[in-house]
Design a protein around this ligand. Structure first.
Ligand code: NAP
Length: 343
């Protein structure tokens, strides 16, 4: 028998909108393959208004409205709620997708949004790293109590299966260490510097194509990479580590000349994300390193990312994701949705 789920989208930016497009693309497939259908009953944003409708919101119209920089409230069947928590409470949904901007320091307000959804017996799904590093145990505990899922596949490496790999596919395996290239902006800048661009030219290009932020320090100084290391260690190694506890060095010290010299010697620079278990101790770091041609991360270029896991049973296992973007992040959310409701 077909099962319909009522969904709410909190955050309708690059990721939220890519997810809406993927839901539309996959509507028939989900019905045919899994007997699953969906209805989006609420969309909330920061500056583009909020819409709630039990009958369902037309996603094409919502995409058009926000694409035109207009307000979504015209699609609402009830007076728009006061704030995000009110929106969650009034929605009567089955699943919340939380895709608001990350706040590195405390993971808020996303953590409160996810907690509110779980408390109201919804599955809570996010691409936001903040709640993972600041409230993983708390939110997972609440989800277990409520027999619901708190899932966040897209928080690291977009839609590539990193968390679900360890949760579902490798029972009994123990993660000893990992080493990866997890920040797209710095990897793109280093790739462009190999092609002869200066650091400033490469950064400007990354900003022009929308990869780097206007204030790029979160990427250049290794904060984004550190929060990803922190998320992987916290979830996969069962050891809560804050981003500030990750030893961190960014790529500002690398010049075009240094990168060119390495390249002439058949080497290249990468911003490496690493963590290792040593007895009860975990060491975690983000730092630039010169690597050789036989390194599995050598050919991770541009905005691509990869991670090599060392486990006690499989040795090295590398996952590489090429040319990610909001569409691959959207797939991680869809996978979480299907995994949550098919449990
Ligand atoms: N972009 C990616 O490929 C990617 C990959 C992995 C993870 N992520 C994570 O996914 C999340 C979303 O990223 P994004 O690229 O979609 O960001 P974005 O384009 O900036 O969109 C953020 C959305 O959140 C809304 N918003 C902001 N504050 C809000 C609040 N307090 N309450 C309700 N809505 C609020 C914004 O509304 P207005 O625009 O109306 O202000 C907008 O709709 C972030 O946590 C990011 O780190 C992104």
């Amino acid at each position: 028998m077909e099962q319909e789920y009522r969904l709410i989208l909190l955050g309708f930016g690059n990721v939220g909108r890519a997810f809406a497009r993927l839901l539309l693309d996959k509507r028939m497939y989900l019905q045919e393959k899994y007997n699953i259908s969906w209805r989006v009953v609420g969309i909330a944003t920061g500056r583009h208004g909020t819409a709630l409708s039990r009958e369902g919101i037309d996603l094409e119209s919502a995409l058009q409205i926000v694409g035109d920089d207009r307000d979504l409230s015209s699609l609402s069947k009830v007076p728009p709620p006061e704030n995000a928590l009110d929106f969650i409470h009034k929605s009567d949904a089955d699943v919340l997708f939380e895709n608001t901007p990350v706040h590195y320091e405390d993971g808020q307000p996303a953590t409160d949004h996810l907690r509110a959804a779980l408390s109201r017996d919804m599955h809570a799904i996010t691409a936001n790293k903040g709640p993972v590093v600041h409230a993983y145990r708390d939110l997972t505990g609440l989800a277990n109590t409520k027999n619901r899922a708190f899932l966040f596949e897209s928080a690291v490496m977009d839609g590539a299966p990193v968390f679900s790999l360890w949760r579902e596919v490798l029972p009994g395996a123990r993660l000893i260490s990992f080493r990866g290239v997890l920040n797209s902006t710095t990897n793109l800048i280093l790739s462009l510097m190999e092609d002869g661009k200066s650091f400033e030219q490469a950064l400007t290009h990354a900003q022009e194509i929308g990869i780097a932020e206007t204030d790029p320090s979160g990427d250049l100084d290794g904060w984004d990479a550190a929060i990803k290391v922190s998320a992987l260690v916290t979830v996969l190694m069962g050891h809560p580590v804050r981003p500030t506890q990750v030893e961190r060095e960014g790529i500002r010290g690398l010049s075009k000349e240094i990168v060119a010299r390495s390249w002439q010697e058949g080497k290249r620079w990468k911003l490496l994300c690493e963590a290792r278990r040593d007895g009860d101790r975990i060491t975690a770091s983000v730092h630039p390193e010169e690597i050789g041609i036989h390194d599995p991360l050598f050919n991770v270029m541009g905005t691509s990312s990869a991670v090599t896991f060392q486990s006690d049973v499989l040795g090295a296992l590398t996952i590489k994701e090429e040319d990610p973007g909001p569409h691959t992040t959207a797939y991680g959310l869809l996978a979480d949705f299907l995994n949550a409701v098919r449990r």
